[in-house]
Design a protein. Sequence first.
Length: 693
Amino acid sequence: MPTHIPLATTAPVRGACPHDCPDTCALLTTVEDGVAVRVQGNPAHAQTDGVLCAKVARYPERTYHPQRILTPLKRSGPKGSGQFIPVGWDEALADIAARLGQIATRNPQAIVPYSYAGTMGLVQGESMDRRFFHRLGASLLERTICASAGGEGLARTLGAKVGMRVEFFAESQLILIWGSNSITSNLHFWRHAQEAKRRGARLVCIDPRKSETADKCHEHIALLPGTDAALALALVHELITHDWLDHDYIARHTLGWEGLRARALEWPPERAAAVCGVPVAQIRQLARDYGTTQKAAIRLNYGMQRVRGGGNATRAIACLPALTGAWRQRAGGLLMSSSGHFAVQRAALQRPDLLAERRPRSINMSTIGDDLLRPTSPGFGPQIEALVVYNSNPVAVAPESGKVVQGFAREDLFTVVLEHFQTDTADYADYILPATTQLEHWDIHLSYGHTDVLLNRPAIAPQGQARSNTQIFRDLAAHMGFTEPCFAEDDEQLCRQAYGTQVDFAQLLAQGFAPTGAPEAPFADGGFPTPSGRCEFFSQALADQGHDGLPDHLPNHEAAGTSKRYPLAMISPPARNFLNSTFVNVASLQRLEGRPLLELHPDDAAARGIADGAVVRVFNDRGSYLCHAAVNARARPGVVVGLGVWWRKLGLNGTNVNELTSQALTDLGAAPTFYDCLVQVENASNAPQSLLD
């Protein structure tokens, strides 16, 4: 970061945090002499209230990082070597356009865009890029890697990604924090939960790991990974047998009650306790607390849906508030995602009409390892010949990364990466194009944790030769000869198009945020956005697709206790100081995190002769991973916790935890099953040397 003494100061610039977090904080960036010297939370925005997480508070350190890529780079060595030479923008764009044009002449579906939530911005994340690939006729991408199982489960039950307003958790009397380490990944919700706790609310954390959040709750229910639906159905069983039900709400505002009732009566607490690995008494008490508390709220997060039955588990849990009538209260109900409250004009931003009559295939980003290795075939289509990667780091974050690396290492694969840093994925690029950070461009945001729209203004000029994602795709469109007027629209125009007349843009310009007008108690009188207008315990749409219309427990693909060779279930939640693979190279955050860790329960460590701090080999049939052991009670017996997602190049043997995860998909939403993974662990000193290299 620049060290010169600033000479002048301007008013803070209003912006928005771009990262994949429910909080979508409003930012104020202090700029002195053209340099961003401080990023802080905007106190005028009620949801941010002037508070930022430790990661985003260090945003200038990331923006001015000495390793930031500030000029286009062209590969000069073998794939994966990380060897590049600087080139000019014109040379890079002309060559990329020529290569893509040659492939498109044969079959444009051989070109695949690969992006996700490196920015959550609607402009830099899903506008000009989509126009470009639609016009080109490239393959579509199923962006499943984080939340599609839970999103599908929620939509099939409540009708959309909708729920409570987060601020009303402060008034709740009971809060179930289910599949979420809120202190790490949802800080501003946690502040509301703490307020409720001060007012006398009971907080229960449901999570296989004894997280930092579990430490601060009244109770921790340490169920086995992938058993959440069994627990939810046992709660329904107890609500029925003790008649802790709102019969009027069920009759007027739900669909499929008799079927759910029959299903739940198959799940007495004793059965669920055996499946979940928790005491019967704990399930019974949780049901009593939930069924007898008027203002009972559930903060459901995406950790519990990264298993085979994640969609069904989401459905089962989402049924609970309608059974007790908790939706009648603004401090009751459930929140998993609020993104369905935003009337985003996606067709205007993305222009799917540019496809015309073409109907390209879809590639699931969660199976990119297998898909990059597939030849041309009738069921798959053309072999993937080109990838354009932006807002993602698939070599580090996609499952079964050994195969991902093999695919990216193909010499015949043309790869372009838009990036800030030379990530694991960028090492395999043919071209790296320098992208702007959030402090350097326009964008507009929704949230999946609150209900305000946020506008991001550029606070500083782009560093070096960096260009925004939108500008890079405009430039590529021009080099490809695309002349449609939509490719000439600037970023402020795109920001205005994102919501049309649904949001007051003048208000966004004036204060940086604006409310959506979401109701305080959205389903107090029913009105769910489902086909029936009711909370759908039974989904006809799912039944029509061949699924069970009722929620059920589906055992993991790799369920705990089913393999003698790999007896430990592994989950891989994010490390506290990283956000997926973002911030991993920020020196101050890397120092806070320390080193790649695997948490083991003392019993599991003792059985393997593993001491705290020892280098261990974690392995299964997909690969092996070296890291340091953290022997503590955060992991329950039989479960290990591989904290992620470190860049592979920073690992002890050039791998990370995703070397072990599977490309198997979830029941709904075709999402990855990161937390559905069996492994074995041994002292690295006991492993053959060939496996350590």
